[in-house]
Design a protein around this ligand. Structure first.
Ligand code: HEM
Length: 119
């Protein structure tokens, strides 16, 4: 049997590093940084990591908001969505994640788009 996405992303430690990088890249990304002006960054990083860990087959249970509730009334645009996905791909590259895993994550993010964009 092939390894779970969780294992291929470096387990809990690897995913925490990737998640921290994603949030840091968002804060540095002029297209979306302002969206996080009021965020508790420690809490956000922990929730993003838990979301990745549980969504990739890892042991942690995600207790944050579901994606529709988390992004409701923000009226996020397609441009912002692409900017956020770019950051995720950059974080994966920085952490040495391969093309197969990047493709799987891209698909997961694409499938979540209707719960995030324009809601
Ligand atoms: C498929 C794409 C996305 C996924 C999987 C995703 C995932 C998440 C997760 C797991 C949380 C944490 C929820 C919680 O703390 O309960 C969150 C919060 C948030 N997301 Fe996203 N997100 C996506 C796209 C976006 C985009 C495009 C934007 C806007 C540029 C955005 C802005 C935010 C903001 C402002 C928060 C709340 C931060 C806070 O409460 O401090 N997200 N997102």
């Amino acid at each position: 049997m092939s390894a779970s996405l969780f294992e291929r992303l470096g387990g809990e430690e690897g995913i925490r590093k990737i998640s921290n990088d994603v949030v840091d890249l968002h804060l540095d990304n002029a297209s979306i940084a302002a969206r996080f002006a009021g965020s508790n960054l420690e809490r956000l990083k922990a929730n993003v990591a838990a979301f990745f860990i549980s969504g990739s087959g890892g042991p942690q249970i995600y207790e944050g908001k579901d994606m529709l509730a988390a992004h409701k009334h923000m009226n996020i645009s397609d441009q912002e969505y692409m900017a956020a996905v770019d950051d995720v791909m950059t974080a994966l590259e920085r952490n040495g994640i391969g093309a197969t895993e990047k493709g799987e994550i891209l698909y997961i993010f694409y499938s979540l788009r209707p719960q995030v964009v324009g809601v």
